[in-house]
Write a new protein. Structure first.
Length: 96
């Protein structure tokens, strides 16, 4: 994850193998003012990324902050629809 102004850009794999580090890094970014998460650079994912996004959204809401998600991978959008939580992770059209 890298910082780009008020955005955090996630790149590379986002799977169970690295989800804990990604979760913590995102929390740190949120606390330091990030308001947009860009997932456009994610190369591999599983449902653990959905759990991370939901955790970040929960923390943002608790801090009275709106967190936008951009570049949502189509696979993640599909998982979110299946679980009925798409409104919590969407912010832009899914990337194909």
């Amino acid at each position: 994850m890298r910082r780009d102004g008020m955005r955090a850009v996630v790149s590379g794999p986002a799977t169970l193998a690295n989800v804990r580090a990604l979760l913590e890094e995102g929390r740190t970014q949120l606390k330091s003012g990030v308001r947009t998460i860009d997932l456009g650079g994610v190369t591999e994912l599983d449902s653990s990324l959905l759990a991370v996004l939901l955790a970040w959204q929960r923390e943002a809401r608790a801090a009275n902050v709106t967190l936008e998600v951009e570049g949502l991978p189509e696979g993640l959008a599909t998982i979110a629809r299946l679980y009925g939580v798409e409104e919590f992770v969407s912010g832009s059209a899914p990337r194909r």
